[in-house]
Design a protein around this ligand. Structure first.
Ligand code: ADP
Ligand code: MG
Length: 699
């Protein structure tokens, strides 16, 4: 009788009560669970080597032949038990030795044909070679080999079960598995050539050997990068689950009702009064999309994406104005206190000609002040608030929150975005990100959002000239900075500092400032870091904005959002310690005004060749999108990946980067189902990890 994916693991031959308990404890209850425990790598043990050709430096080899001898002996004076054997494959005899595996004398028999795989070592006799502690498998006339003589899957342990034991169980499960129902078969996207579920589950564990050496090499490349058809099919299952979650979120939001904003002539007039410059076409388009959303009867959920310096703030401010004018509150969430303070000042200035004034709510404010702001928000007398995480604390209650804006969304998680939304009854949501992330990632992180893109820089911007320099360039750099400041420019000088403690950062920054002051006699040099008290930070930033400070030494607190258009030079110490996207963000602090701008990447003495090449990518392009892709390629998806953000388990096989085509296809399928109101039906067709049937709990 054949088994099905939903059968319990106890149905597998050799899994008794204790095996079942062990597997269950490891989260494996059914055949499907077991088969979703995928190999983490594969070894090619398909071609046995001729014994005659073995040499002591060969490393691990696979051989096959007949055991012509098998004895156990005890090492003298030691408790070591040794099994010795000789294998003959017709080209010569090969001594084999196992330590402390006495059961082998009963598992193996002289005369039987076996496969062995293990390291070759010089023989003890001094003549020739021997095989030490190899994996073994007895040849079976009627069955394919499992552990040897093929491309062999390597597994991580499941509880106390060894990788080899897992392999045995997987092979038995697959052997006993009947035809696998494939509910998604009809819906698989045509262009991707995805195999059926049953085939995928088989091949992902035991890939079919290809014909020819080059085919073998390319198969191994695909296996390693999880790009085989089987891997892609299983990834599709997982990505579809994600796509359904996102689509459901979108549908849920559309069912909510809010009062539509009306755009009156009065609002138009005050918008014109607020605008310090005319918008770029891209800004105008984005604003148009946002305002159209605000006029609908359900809450907006929109991502405003635009490279560093493209001018997202003013667009957000105008959106805020529309909501404020309709009598509802607006909250702007920023990832750092520094940025919150800056936004607060910007909005205060911008909104001067309107009846609305912003409040600031950040953790480091005196308690009494925070209390006052919170009270204003609750009573509704405060219209607009700018703040950090302090905004999403429980103590913060809004009277009638109409719009939540999240700046630099990539610094937050979905959970924080969600917490902000829960502060109101179905408020509009506008999230902004300056990190242009690869489309595939955008789809998963912001897949429940509509997207507006600002793909144009404000007029008059010139590319920031970026150079790589080492220590020897310091005297010339100092000279250059003195001249630049004398000519009316300003500079940031960033140090890579983990802001672990107040003391350490204060001291490290102080040392840095002293060195810079010494090098730049006559120039006013000040510093900010994450632990600078808020009043001092505000004073320093205000002085820098006003052009009173020549060089501002800083940690990465200035990485996001800081906007001082007159700043023209960005110096980055130990640039090799930063990620590419981070460097791009930092560089984005200059080149914001009409001044010709520079970015100097200083490399430390221990900067590797590889790190230099990375930095050259930054020097060569100012295209944030390309940099983000490169960063992503180099560092991998990091913690940004999909399902966990949505409170779902992490992917087993899917990678948002590797399987981006599958992701897009899954998204298209889910979106189509969403339009037809068939999301729940689609979810039921999934066969992702965790068993057969719906992977996505009913929404
Ligand atoms: P980001 O998109 O990185 O948040 P900002 O909103 O901080 O960018 O804008 C960067 C700078 O460009 C600011 O100094 C802002 O005043 C200026 N700016 C924005 N839009 C325009 C425009 N249309 N014309 C001129 N300057 C602009
Ligand atoms: Mg910004």
């Amino acid at each position: 009788m054949s088994l099905g994916l939903g059968d319990p693991v106890s149905a597998i031959r050799g899994v008794g009560a204790s095996g079942e308990r062990t597997l269950r404890a490891a989260g494996v209850a059914t055949l499907a669970d077991l088969l979703w425990h995928l190999p983490h790598r594969y070894e090619d043990r398909s071609n046995p080597r001729a014994i005659r050709t073995l040499a002591a430096l060969d490393g691990a080899v696979t051989v096959s032949g007949r055991l012509v001898q098998l004895v156990e002996r005890r090492a003298r004076n030691r408790r070591l038990r040794i099994v010795e054997a000789v294998l003959d494959d017709g080209t010569g005899p090969l001594p084999v030795v196992w330590f402390n595996q006495p059961y082998l004398t009963s598992a193996l028999r002289p005369g039987s044909r076996v496969w062995l795989h293990g390291p070759v070592r010089p023989a003890r006799s001094g003549w020739g070679v021997q095989l030490v502690g190899p994996e073994w498998e007895v040849e079976d006339e009627d069955a394919e080999p499992v552990h040897l003589g093929r491309i062999v899957p390597m597994y991580r342990k499941l509880g106390t079960l060894s990788g080899r034991r897992v392999r045995t169980l997987v092979a038995r499960a697959l052997g006993a598995l009947g035809p696998v129902g494939d509910p998604l078969a009809e819906r698989l996207p045509a262009g991707l050539e995805l195999p059926g579920l049953g085939d995928a589950l088989r091949c992902v564990h035991f890939p079919d050997p290809p014909a020819g050496e080059t085919a073998l090499a390319s198969l191994f490349e695909q296996l390693a990068s999880r790009r085989t058809a089987a891997h892609r099919r299983l990834a599709f299952e997982e990505l579809l689950a994600l796509a359904v979650v996102l689509e459901r979120e979108r549908a849920r939001r559309r069912r909510q009702r809010v009062a539509a904003c009306r755009i009156t002539e009065e609002i138009r007039a005050s918008a014109r009064r607020v605008l310090p410059f005319s918008l770029t076409d891209a800004q105008r388009r984005a604003l148009g999309e946002i305002v159209a959303d605000l006029q609908r009867g359900y809450p907006m959920a929109r991502l405003l994406q635009g490279d560093v310096g493209s001018g997202k703030t003013i667009v957000a401010a105008l959106a805020a104005l529309v909501v404020l004018a309709s009598g509802r509150q607006v909250a702007l969430l920023a990832p750092t206190e520094l940025l919150a303070q800056q936004h607060y000042l910007t909005l205060r200035r911008l909104l001067q000609p309107t009846p609305f004034a912003p409040e600031l709510l950040i953790g480091s404010l005196p308690a009494a002040q925070k209390r006052r702001v919170r009270q204003g928000l609750e009573e509704g007398s405060a219209h607009l608030v700018v703040g950090t995480h302090a905004l999403i604390e429980d103590a913060v209650v809004f009277g009638r929150l109409g719009l939540a804006i999240v700046d630099e969304q990539h610094r937050f998680g979905v959970a924080q975005r969600q917490a902000m939304l829960e502060k109101g009854e179905a408020p509009h949501l506008l999230v902004m990100t300056a990190t242009p992330i690869p489309r595939s990632l955008a789809l998963s992180l912001y897949g429940d959002l509509d997207v507006s893109v600002i793909d144009e820089m404000p007029p008059g911007r010139r590319a920031v000239r970026t150079v790589l320099r080492d220590d020897s360039a310091r005297p010339r750099l100092a000279e250059f900075l003195r001249k630049e400041v004398a000519a009316g420019g300003q500079a940031y000088w960033v140090v890579p500092l983990v802001e672990e403690s107040e003391k350490i950062s204060a001291r490290a920054i102080a040392t840095h400032v002293r060195a810079v002051r010494q090098a730049l006699a006559g120039v006013r040099v000040e510093a900010v870091h994450g632990r600078t008290p808020p009043e001092e930070r505000e004073a320093v930033m205000a002085a820098f904005s006003a052009g009173e400070i020549g060089v501002l030494c800083a940690t990465t607190v200035i990485e996001v959002g800081v906007d001082v258009p007159n700043a023209s030079v960005m110096v980055i110490e130990n640039a090799e310690r930063f990620g590419l996207a981070q460097l791009h963000q930092l560089r984005g602090r200059v080149g914001r005004g009409r001044r010709r701008s520079f970015c100097v990447l200083l490399t430390g003495a221990d900067c590797s060749e590889e790190a230099r090449r990375r930095l050259e990518v930054i020097a060569a392009t100012s295209d944030g999108f390309r940099i983000a892709e490169e960063d992503f390629r180099q560092r991998g998806p990091g913690e940004l990946t999909g399902l966990r953000q949505w409170g779902r388990p992490e992917f087993v096989v899917a990678s948002l980067w590797v399987h981006r085509r599958e992701l897009e296809a899954a998204r298209a399928l889910a979106a189509e189902a969403g339009r037809r109101g068939e999301l729940d039906a689609l979810a039921k067709l999934g066969s992702g990890p965790g068993g057969v049937g719906p992977v996505v709990p009913a929404g």
